[in-house]
Write a protein that binds this ligand. Sequence first.
Ligand SMILES: NC(=O)C1=CN([C@@H]2O[C@H](COP(=O)(O)OP(=O)(O)OC[C@H]3O[C@@H](n4cnc5c(N)ncnc54)[C@H](O)[C@@H]3O)[C@@H](O)[C@H]2O)C=CC1
Ligand SMILES: O=C(O)[C@H]1O[C@H](OP(=O)(O)OP(=O)(O)OC[C@H]2O[C@@H](n3ccc(=O)[nH]c3=O)[C@H](O)[C@@H]2O)[C@H](O)[C@@H](O)[C@@H]1O
Length: 455
Amino acid sequence: MNVCVIGTGYVGLVSGVCFSELGHQVYCVDHDSLKIDQLNEGISPIYEPGLQELMNKNRQAKRLIFTGDLQKAMADADAILIAVGTPANRDGSANLTFIKEVAIEIGQHIRPGMTIITKSTVPVGTNKKIKKWITLSCGHQQFSVASCPEFLREGSAIKDTLHMERAVFGVEDDLAESVLRALHEPIQTNIIVTTIETAETAKYAANAFLATKISFINEVANVCEGVGADVQSLAEIIGLDPRIGPSFLQAGVGYGGSCFPKDTQAFIRVAEDAGYDLQIVPAVEKVNAQQRQRLVQKLKTVYPGHYLREKRIAILGLAFKPNTDDMRASPAFEVVDFLQNEGATVIAYDPIASAQARRLMPELELALNWQEAVDQADALFVLTDWEEFKAIDLGELKRKMKKPVVIDGRNIFNPNHMKQMGFYYDSVGREIVDNRLSSLDGQLEYHSMPHRKAK
Ligand SMILES: NC(=O)C1=CN([C@@H]2O[C@H](COP(=O)(O)OP(=O)(O)OC[C@H]3O[C@@H](n4cnc5c(N)ncnc54)[C@H](O)[C@@H]3O)[C@@H](O)[C@H]2O)C=CC1
Ligand SMILES: O=C(O)[C@H]1O[C@H](OP(=O)(O)OP(=O)(O)OC[C@H]2O[C@@H](n3ccc(=O)[nH]c3=O)[C@H](O)[C@@H]2O)[C@H](O)[C@@H](O)[C@@H]1O
């Protein structure tokens, strides 16, 4: 079928590439002409494993066309996918400016029988508004709207799309359902046909639940630190219960990214508008904010008072998760800010996100590799669990650092091994409280001892 995708961010580009790979004829439109030029040169504006190759394969097959011309892109389309951003307003609610603009533009070129499908994450009621805005713009209602929320994860977006676990079709009529079925036809997946309101709300509920799992395990990790338990073993134990499940139980510096922080906030506003005061989701956010603070406080235990002022602190990992260059709402922003405000000199390295960091954090000193970042450092923070960091030669790391202090915000190293190597090592929810102190070996000028103690 003929498909027009509006917006070539993560969702629009991945959807466009994957639906063309599945045999559909796809036009991808963006009003950012620089992005369209880049795409037409075969360069993906985002780092996503496998995306650029698949994109160029389908461009060459002429199944995938990038353009700034919406009229041309919509000319023969059966399905129009809206995939523009829905950033947070100041009060946390979803900003629908881009959605409204697109709806009005669609209305200018729409033909009877088209189906408008929203992939963007939008508050309940938005698809009804989209219908109204398009109708006002075109003067008729001979089209359908549908909600088809996107569940892909950055870093595994292509697999998540071509082998999606479920497709949710929130529809108002049979036309929309048949178009969505035809669009997803080549994909073997669970299809859930429901109302538009349910589909819209399900997307927020899914993200809020995943964020809840993360904050829950982070709170448990904090308890583990106080009682001398190990959160990784604990997560394995509870995760073996199929009612709980093993995923999203990785404790650490807390969640970031373009969606969980914004969607939890938007969900709170959605509930408020519906007259319900959510209790759990605000607590999830609070725990997440606190988790970054707790991590940086761990360094203050080593260097209390104003001693960060003379310190050189290395950061490994700026992206909010591995396999992406996306830094939106990355925990790195808060950690770097805190360290710089304390007067520390911060030098960071990320295998992929450094180019984004240069733009978003112009003040931050960036290293070309991990060795350069940790050279003569008084401490190291690990903030992203890149495979490259897991493979670091710990002997080389220790030799390069001025003081062997590692605060691991992603639990990538083995605490016992770190201790044997003579590091001062702290991570999230699995410290060896008593033994850790003996690993210092007189290498640090200690000003106070860690407060925590095992019972
Ligand atoms: N990034 C992700 O992993 C996921 C995002 N989502 C949701 O999907 C939506 C899009 O997210 P991203 O792709 O990350 O957004 P993004 O902000 O990276 O990209 C949006 C694109 O839309 C373009 N755009 C805006 N207005 C336009 C217009 N009038 N005409 C043509 N193009 C226009 C922008 O230039 C930009 O390239 C959001 O609602 C987000 O919550 C859902 C699941 C996953
Ligand atoms: O709506 C969205 O945009 C998407 O948001 C998330 O996907 P994404 O943000 O790409 O990444 P996740 O893998 O979910 O990770 C989000 C954050 O949680 C953190 N995380 C994840 C899992 C975990 O166990 N612990 C943990 O701290 C990650 O490090 C990262 O900072 C959801 O997983 C997707 O299903 C959803 O489509």
